[in-house]
Write a protein that binds this ligand. Sequence first.
Ligand SMILES: [Zn+2]
Length: 738
Amino acid sequence: MARILMTGAGVLALIALGGVPGGAATRKSTPLDTAGAMKTNATSPLAAEWKGRYGGVPPFDKIKVEQFKPALEQAMAENLAEVDAITANAAAPSFENTIAALERAGRKLGRVLSVYGVYRSTMSTEEFQAVDREMSPKLAAFQDKINQNEKLFKRVEAVYETREKSNLTPEQQRLVWLDYTGFVRSGAKLDAAAKKRVADINERLATLFTNFQQSVLADENDYVTYLDKEADLAGLPPSVISAAAAAAEARGKKGQWAVTNTRSSMEPFLTYSDRRDLREQVWRTYYSRGDHGDAHDTKKTITEILKLRAERAKLLGFPSHAHWRLENTMAKTPERALALMEAVWKPAVARVHEEVADMQALADKEDAGLKIAPWDYRYYAEKVRKAKYDLDENEIKPYLQLENLREGLFWVAGQLFDFQFKPVSDVPVLLPDIHVWEVKSASGKHVGLWYFDPYARTGKQSGAWMNEYRSQERFAGEIPVIVSNNTNFVKAKPGEPVLVSWDDARALFHEFGHALHGLNSDVNYPSLAGTSVARDYVEFPSQILEHWLETPEVLNRFAINPDGQPIPKELVAKIQRASRFNQGFITVEYLAGALVDMKLHLAGDKEIDPAAFERDALKELGMPEEIVMRHRTTQFSHIFSGDGYSAGYYSYLWSDTLSADAWEAFTEAGGPYDKTVAKRLHDYVFSLGNTVDPAEAYRKFRGRDAGIAALMRKRGFPEAPAEAKSGGQTNGAAPSSP
Ligand SMILES: [Zn+2]
């Protein structure tokens, strides 16, 4: 049902399926294979209730890929039957018999989709991919069958129209509003022909999203740069060499070194390798994902996705996909999102030119005989950092041991939210590398479970993200939340600690911020829980959490090298002095992607050649030639493996205006661990889910709206005049790192 896909259960699946955050999805009425569903073995562990302690847990020890199809079909059929029961109710529509009934329905499908999403993002074998290709369009069709159910919509509409006179709580009214607008945004008011077309588009998009996701994954798995001579390792620090050796051995090439085609491998190589030829090779391999002109080339897929999205937006009454997507966000319109991006773009580009000039001067002094190219940026930036701040990333890394940083996360969660984390071993996991912690409140009450899946592997998508296996809720009994964090650290050799870069440590804190947003949830209805907030608000809790990494309290306690020595105070001071270093690069590589995303989705119903569009758009923007988009169009999973961040990549910047401003609430008060501000952060941000308008929630936290000034200060750019904003909302899907 509509509901189901919005609750934590299906988040990752939802992104890929093209489910529409904000309520009911869109679409159509392809008959489902219900006959097949009926044959299903009712005892399939996938469809069964989650049993055991902690309110039950996903049965990861009992899953076989062949169970997915029958379990999904059975669960979809049952969900449709539940919806039929709601629409067949002879009683007049009420909150209880319609909206709350929708919250109750679809539980089985939620459980199946939860595990399905985990497989899709972390265990995507060929066998699973075949199931996914078959089931994605069926799930999209199923979703439309509910979203276009006229009887159901009429009931929701009736409750919506009387919501203010019905003694509903503000939370209930908001749920009604979300359901109603979700249906309307999915086309519930369209005529039959338009509904059918929207449904057909959604079904086709689901296939295209899956195709895109699998193509990028294939290019990440299939292209590995093997190094076979010591000379190829010039400049690389021992931790990078040892991780590369382990990666090669895992691929049957013992004695060689592998630079895998993921960000966690690419970035350290480009930062340290003295071998310009190899830097270029690794850079080209990474940034050509989806652009090899072979079976996994994504350009045709992108063209079709863009065209269908534009057509769907028109059918739904919007000038463009971007207008449709932003309607229920905080930004509300593409124009407002663009205005923020453009205000930051110019100072960021100016900063890049300064950074490049510094790097070029250094290269010239070394007689390197080169002009800074994109594969030189990280390498020379590192040298400039060393020269300017006497800070070598490599000096920091030995202090950033994964296990210790994880303890640091727990400590911060204790300081801010009074959480305690205890490892548990009685919860099934997919692989021995995945571990689970129980989260308790200060009073010892069970809050939820946190799963951590740290390492890269074949079949796992790159990047880092948070997933919610089960949302918190209370309306029909207390149900505790289950969340996970997923990263792609490269495993160290046996017996050696996993050392992570500063950026990866920041990403760890970021994703943990999403996890805490889920864990702090204190709402009644699962559709409003935790991270189910507007896409441009959901990155606020995660981005603000990044700030605690650089506090001396965390670094002094948890940045400890393998010999047990804490990070030297002088090094901490240097890190803080250098905190605005390279912000030109960081901002521009991100913002270029956000601007191109928005422009692609404003471009309208025409045939778009992704390569030409990217080239022309960047030229028009004045993109510095030494930088490329953080995710080039052909590999931009945020926007093409689902609708999730489409016309929404700007969200990270929007949210960062909030997080920069909110951080200053701490620094203006007693500092990062000020208990009063932390309590406000809990009460008005982390615990509320989507029960209130985010702009209103922010105002309660801060006493005013956020402006852009704190963001500019955070990034070290000249300050622009403050600019206020106001709020709105949609539900989100699985939040991931930029
Ligand atoms: Zn995030």
